[in-house]
Design a protein around this ligand. Structure first.
Ligand SMILES: *Cc1c(COP(=O)(O)O)cnc(C)c1O
Length: 386
């Protein structure tokens, strides 16, 4: 029997005290959360309008460097509307990694479009631009600004890179492929608030980008999300579409298209304002926690700690162990052992291409994503742990 599970538990034990259950990622409320939420209740502004929504949007824009940020109900809603604004229509295809959270694909399906899965890179855990180009050269025709899948005859409209566990994908290469094949880029930056690629914030490279403030993310509003864009027209349309598409008027209820009630309530935005004030400190803690895991696993036989890619500064949202390929059969034994010891560890998502509703979707070969899915183990990552 392999001693890998036991050795991994011991190494984690040198990073985290054995004084009770350690969650994978729990929120931390150490600032103005109570004061801001109380202000909402005291003033009666708890719902879909209020000064915290405007302030949260302005502060998100200024923190990320995006010209505009639109706060919405959650990250999935943000992706849905961003894709619609990117021009994704029924019967289009959208390229996305197979190794991602379900929302990256469900939002494509909400548009009536079909996910088209592509492989990931070992160095970033996200879409591999080299493999993407090779795949498109083999399967698609790009002409006159549109990209057609030669097999299905459908238009491939957009590509949605996802910055896995906070680590930025290789954006220079990805943007070049997108430009050559006429694809709109929508970044799923749900996991990468605070992560930079060449000193610029993730989610600001594509035509639109999206964030999530779910309870397990780097900062939380309970539930929430945001759309980022530098285009003032797209920003205006994003706000309109996510607030029921009502035309402003003193008393008339007139909606000029089918909009969505995807507003972020003021209560949640109040939490978000308090959390944003602490974001730099959260990221410092998460980077210190990474250093401690990296030291604990230096020279370790059979597994390594994943480090931020070149040209990137990662928020280290989730700390990641990568088992050596030869040890991937031990993954479940490692998960069982560490969870039994009170360390909440989790494997990567089941590749979306294997979920029943997507098995018939077009896909590139996925050798790296398959390998990563066998080898990834996320370990306790809360900012409070450092
Ligand atoms: C969290 C997350 C989302 C959005 O999730 P919500 O729970 O809807 O806020 C989208 N994509 C990825 C990759 C995520 O991790």
């Amino acid at each position: 029997m392999s001693d890998l599970p036991e050795r991994i538990e011991a190494a984690i034990g040198t990073v985290l005290p054995r004084d009770g259950f350690k969650a994978l990622h729990e929120p931390r409320f150490a600032g103005n959360e109570w004061a801001y939420v109380k202000e909402c209740i005291d003033t009666g502004w708890v719902s879909s309008a209020g000064k915290f929504v405007d302030r949260f949007e302005q502060e998100l824009a200024s923190y990320t460097g995006a010209a505009h940020a639109i706060a919405v109900a959650n990250g999935t809603a943000a992706l849905h509307v961003a894709l619609q604004l990117a021009g994704v229509k029924a019967d289009d295809e959208v390229l996305l990694p197979a190794l991602t959270f379900a929302a990256t694909a469900t939002s494509v399906a909400y548009c009536g479009a079909t996910p088209h899965f592509v492989d990931s890179a070992e160095a970033t855990l996200g879409v591999d631009p080299v493999a993407l180009r090779r795949h498109l050269e083999k399967t698609a025709d790009a002409n006159g600004g549109s990209c057609i899948n030669r097999t299905t005859g459908r238009a491939i409209r957009a590509v949605v890179p996802m910055h896995t566990f906070g680590h930025p994908v290789e954006l220079d290469g990805l943007l070049a492929v997108a430009a050559d094949f006429g694809l709109v880029v929508v970044e799923d930056a749900a996991e990468s608030l605070g992560s930079l690629y060449r000193d610029r914030h993730t989610g600001t490279f594509g035509r639109l980008g999206t964030l999530s403030f779910n309870g397990n993310k780097t900062i939380t509003t309970g539930g929430g999300g945001a759309i980022l864009t530098n285009d003032p027209d797209l920003a205006k349309r994003a706000k309109h579409l996510t607030t029921t598409a009502k035309v402003p008027h003193r008393w008339e209820y007139f909606h000029d298209q089918i909009g969505y009630n995807y507003r972020l309530p003021n209560l949640n935005a109040a939490l978000g304002c308090a959390q944003l004030e602490q974001l730099p400190a959260f990221i410092d803690s998460k980077r210190r926690l990474y250093d401690r895991y990296a030291r604990a696993f230096a020279g370790f036989r059979g597994a390594s700690v994943f480090s931020e890619p070149e040209h990137a500064r990662s928020n280290y949202w989730l700390q990641t162990l990568l088992l050596d390929e030869g040890e991937s059969a031990e993954r479940d034994a490692v998960l069982a052992r560490t969870n039994d010891a009170g360390y909440m560890t989790r494997p990567a998502w089941t590749l979306l291409s294997r979920l029943p509703m997507y098995t018939a979707c077009p896909s590139a070969p996925l050798p790296i994503a398959e390998s990563l899915a066998r080898r990834i183990i996320n370990v306790p990552s809360s900012s409070g742990l450092a």
